[in-house]
Design a protein around this ligand. Structure first.
Ligand code: PGA
Length: 246
């Protein structure tokens, strides 16, 4: 049985006081029967590391540079994330693809750079509503994942994949468990063709996962956890999803 992972994606939310309360709420709810992580804005990595040090809840970032170092104003390298104890980094979130024009190739480079530094990339793939309506879901997610598989080569089995249908993110419109499972199964099959340990890899679902729909989504055979946006900002909701996962 794959151990599930529930990762919070705080996006551009937080403040010193709100973070302290949220992290304390999550930490005090342990133990969890699944892996738990929070992906926080860069400036809050330090306080998150201090608050969670020595406990079971891991932390990470929401993006990284594809470059090792250098004249890239505003970017943050994976080596820096590693210095702050990041276990995970989200790459290729649809908000990065949409608002920052990140291409499949760039996302793949970021994933490769992260793994090379020992930080596990959570690679997001997902179709827009227009693409789903046009029957392109399979082609889109396969193309997005294939770029990363190609870049990672024999290390492909070490990434975490997150299926996040763009139309379900922050909209309250969740994919049905069957819709999500169907795409997860496709992704698993694609991973199986690329790496011998596809059966051990985690494929998370993200997009309006909440305490009241988490159980039905997480009980699907190929859904190995969640990438949680809105519901990750309230300790009670996030903890409820973690409980649903394990
Ligand atoms: P949501 O966001 O849970 O608010 O839909 C998920 C995500 O964007 O990772």
């Amino acid at each position: 049985m794959r151990r599930k992972l529930v990762a919070g994606n705080w996006k551009m939310h937080g403040s010193h006081s709100a973070n302290a309360e949220l992290l304390a709420g999550i930490s005090s709810a342990r133990p969890f029967g699944c892996d738990v992580a929070v992906c926080v804005p860069f400036p809050y990595l330090s306080e998150t590391a201090v608050a969670l040090a020595g406990g079971p809840v891991l932390w990470g970032a929401q993006d990284c540079s594809a470059h090792e170092q250098g004249a890239y104003t505003g970017e943050v390298s994976v080596a820096m994330l590693a210095e702050f104890g990041c276990r995970y980094v989200i790459v290729g979130h649809s908000e990065r693809r949409q608002y920052h024009a990140e291409t499949d190739l760039l996302v793949a480079e970021k994933a490769r750079t992260a793994l090379a530094r020992g930080v596990t990339p959570i690679v997001c793939v997902g179709e827009t509503l227009a693409q789903r309506d046009a029957g392109e879901t399979e082609a889109v997610v396969k193309r997005q994942l294939s770029a990363v598989i190609h870049a990672l080569g024999h290390c492909a089995g070490e990434m975490v994949v997150a299926y996040e249908p763009v139309w379900a993110i922050g909209t309250g419109k969740v994919a049905t468990p069957e819709q999500a499972q169907a795409v997860h199964a496709l992704l698993r099959a694609q991973l199986k063709a690329a790496t011998p340990n596809a059966d051990e890899m985690k494929i998370l679902y993200g997009g309006s996962m909440k305490p009241d729909n988490a159980v039905s989504l997480l009980s699907q055979p190929d859904i190995d956890g969640g990438l949680i946006g809105g519901a990750a900002l309230k300790a009670a909701d996030f903890v409820a999803i973690c409980r649903a996962a394990g």
